[in-house]
Design a protein around this ligand. Structure first.
Ligand code: ZN
Length: 280
């Protein structure tokens, strides 16, 4: 069967002297592994048509017995050239494509995940990629996987939870008052439990296991703000202190590790590279 679909390159590796294997996340057929025959030949029609982080229009011959499918045609729709030179962005894009490669089963269409990865790569190709954008995408990834943390009410007693104005700088006054309005709550969040999948109030906190992490109202406010926001531009409008950034990194990292059941060295590498500053 021949299929035509949009697809994002997740991984590439050589197969022989002239061919290469490409792992894709397709919009309509989920993750598939293909072979591009003759990709390394000088006169191959595939030269310049496919590379890491590209979104392409793909024509593939899907073999009945699965395995490696054969790419017939490939045209780049988004080459994302900045990812060839902005190494901080490249590290984030690598982390995200690797994460999606690991959590996506083969042949399981997930158009929302495709859209999110496509958007994330657009974002990382942008000069202004930030840690906060990375956290925003992680929260959205958990959402499209059906694994959003419960942040609005205590998981045990179901009382709504209080949050602080999480963004003292960097957001408009309208946004600030909206956040204040939301703080009509009855209980203070106390711990974040990865195992239970969300927050517990101070009263119920003792019932959480030892794995539960303390969470302050400002961190809860940030997570809730991003969880409900639709645009990554929102993440860019926020400002975090170094302590807040560290806490967000820790909470989201442990939550993803627990629920996606994967260790994530690529995340640590991406965050470390993003924070590297080269002195002039
Ligand atoms: Zn409670």
């Amino acid at each position: 069967m021949i299929i035509k679909t949009q697809a994002i390159v997740l991984r590439m590796s050589p197969f022989s002297e002239t061919s290469r294997v490409v792992l894709w996340l397709t919009r309509d057929h989920g993750k598939i592994a293909t072979i591009i025959k003759g990709a390394h030949r000088r006169r191959s029609p595939f030269v310049g048509q496919v590379d890491l982080f590209y979104t392409c229009e793909l024509l593939v011959y899907l073999r009945v017995f699965r395995g490696l499918h054969i790419v017939k045609e490939c045209a780049p729709l988004k080459p994302r050239t900045p990812l060839r030179s902005r190494w901080r962005s490249t590290a984030c894009a690598s982390y995200f494509t690797e994460l999606v490669a690991r959590i996506s089963p083969l042949y399981a269409p997930h158009p929302e995940l495709f859209r999110l990865l496509d958007m994330a790569l657009d974002y990382f190709a942008d000069q202004s990629a930030l840690e906060l954008g990375l956290f925003w995408f992680e929260l959205k990834l958990m959402k499209v996987m059906g694994l959003s943390p419960q942040l609005k009410e205590c998981l045990v007693c179901h009382h709504p939870l209080q949050e602080d104005n999480a963004f003292p700088e960097g957001v408009g006054p309208g946004m600030r008052s909206a956040l204040r309005d939301k703080a009509r709550a009855t209980r203070v969040a106390s711990v974040f439990s990865c195992v239970r999948g969300g927050v517990l109030c101070k009263t119920c906190a003792p019932s959480a296991g030892k794995e539960a992490l303390p969470i302050t109202p400002d961190i809860l406010g940030m997570l809730r703000f991003w969880q409900s926001s639709q645009s990554w531009r929102t993440a860019q409008s926020a400002a975090c202190t170094p302590r807040q950034t560290r806490e967000l990194e820790r909470i989201l990292g442990l939550f993803m590790q627990y629920h996606l059941e994967i260790g994530n060295p690529a995340r640590a590498t991406a965050l470390a590279i993003m924070r590297t500053r080269i002195s002039p």
